[in-house]
Ligand binder design. Structure first.
Ligand code: TYD
Ligand code: MG
Length: 428
């Protein structure tokens, strides 16, 4: 009897489908004569578990390896640790390879690239004036080979970079390279290797806005740390965020600017604020704690009469559903129906704001646009807004307020001096 097995996800079926019913990919089912070959139905004998009293385990604090970039080390929790596996994700072209090259410039590194040739990497390093004396390079992508060769030279390297994990394959795993089976299998092999040999591995993974699910997302369980490198390609700002970190916090962000000379670290908290040449309606400045660091962003909202039966809501840089929720709060608490208006919301600089601290500022910018009246110069908004219109304290609010004062904001609105969104009426 013949079976059909999906090359992507391993789904098996007695009949053929053009589209895999499990993972939804097209033309991935191939015919097999013996389905049992692909399943792991081997019976295992009963095996008692081995037990270790934890108090007998001796722990040692592993020393961290610092990279050449302070912002990068900070998101990692102070550098990376031998044996740590880091997944660095981001859209193609955002600057992942550049970041790695700059960060590892003083570290003994084996760089496996399925994306670029040795000449291309060397060229970029020359242009960035990075001395790659400690870099070893390979274009060979079989994971068993990578592991075997790394084992032979493990005393001479501190970190292995795989650029990108989608291009590496295992000779023993069925399915196309970059398919889910391969991705998971290859990653597991590399993670085991890293742990056994105390070598750090950085896996670079491409994600696309649409296709996030099928790619590196599925690898997040296997690794110790997940870094997301984000930003709009049209803007020069880039952020690193951590969504998982077994050896540090997940709330720090690193900020960079992409320049002709590569990525530059940004420490100025006002980097995303345009110098006020005029005070326009619909513009509000918000203060947010990103990690422990106060940062300031500018939200612009445009409210215009709609010509459509269902009004448009376009949101960039904030969570779309959160904006809809706040529109409902405005409708109820400020008695302001906006059904006959299109609403456009944007965060300046092509960056995204995470967290809740921008709620109050978004509503202020919305009211300012509706009333066509600018907010007074030097205003700063800090605060989360609840469903009942109440203003809530956000993380590290005091710190953000203090930093706001230090930077010269004249009117700071936060849960200290405003309790409900209704009070915004008196200031706009
Ligand atoms: P790259 O690191 O190759 O991106 P990724 O590895 O995420 O695909 O960076 C690609 C972009 O960065 C490329 O479009 C050009 C730009 N760039 C600069 O603007 N300045 C530079 O110094 C470098 C090296 C790249
Ligand atoms: Mg690259």
């Amino acid at each position: 009897m013949t079976f059909f097995v999906c090359e992507e996800c391993g789904f098996g079926s007695a009949s053929w489908y053009g589209k895999c019913p499990d993972c939804g990919k097209w033309n991935t089912l191939t015919e097999r004569s013996d389905f049992s070959k692909t399943s792991t139905s081997k019976k295992e004998a009963l095996k008692k578990i081995s037990i270790t009293p934890l108090k007998k385990i001796k722990t040692q604090t592993k020393s961290r390896i610092k990279t050449g970039i302070f912002e990068f080390d900070r998101v990692l929790g102070g550098g990376f640790i031998p044996g740590e596996v880091i997944l660095l994700t981001g859209e193609p072209g955002i600057g992942k390879s550049t970041l790695i090259l700059q960060a590892l410039k003083n570290i003994r590194c084996l760089y496996i690239s399925g994306e670029e040739s040795a000449e291309q990497v060397k060229n970029r390093a020359d242009r960035l004036k990075i001395n790659l004396d400690k870099f070893l390079f390979s274009n060979d992508l079989q994971v068993e080979g990578i592991i075997e060769s790394s084992l032979e030279m493990k005393d001479n390297i501190d970190v292995i970079v795989i650029d990108s994990i989608q291009t590496v394959y295992s000779k023993d795993i069925e399915g196309a390279a970059s398919g889910i089976n391969q991705l998971k299998g290859v990653t597991k092999l590399l993670v085991n290797f890293a742990k056994k040999n105390n070598l750090a591995i950085i896996l670079i993974g491409h994600i696309t806005k649409e296709g996030e699910v099928a790619g590196p997302k599925t690898l997040e369980h296997f690794v110790d740390c997940v870094l997301n490198f984000e930003g709009e390609k049209v803007s020069n700002y880039r952020l690193i965020r951590t969504s998982k970190n077994r050896f540090g916090g997940t709330d720090e962000i690193g900020i960079f600017e992409m320049t002709q000379q590569g990525l530059k670290e940004i420490t100025n908290p006002l980097i995303f604020i345009e110098e006020a040449k005029s005070s326009d309606p619909g513009k509000a400045t918000v203060g947010i704690a990103e990690g422990k660091r106060p940062l300031f962003f500018e939200i612009q909202t445009l409210v215009v009469p709609t010509v459509l039966p269902v009004p448009r809501r376009v949101v960039k840089g904030l969570d779309y559903n959160k904006v809809l929720l706040l529109l409902a709060v405005v409708r109820k608490n400020l008695n302001l129906p906006l059904d006959s208006y299109d609403i456009y919301v944007n965060v300046i600089g092509g960056v995204s704001i995470k967290g809740t601290g921008a709620d109050l500022g978004l509503i202020a910018s919305l009211l300012s646009s509706v009333k066509n009246k600018p907010l007074s110069a030097g205003s700063l908004f800090i605060g989360e807004v609840g469903l009942l219109g109440e203003i809530r304290k956000t993380f590290f609010e005091e710190k953000v307020v203090l930093e706001g004062k230090r930077l010269g904001f004249k009117k700071i609105f936060s849960s200290n001096n405003i309790k409900n969104v209704k009070e915004l009426r008196s200031i706009i």
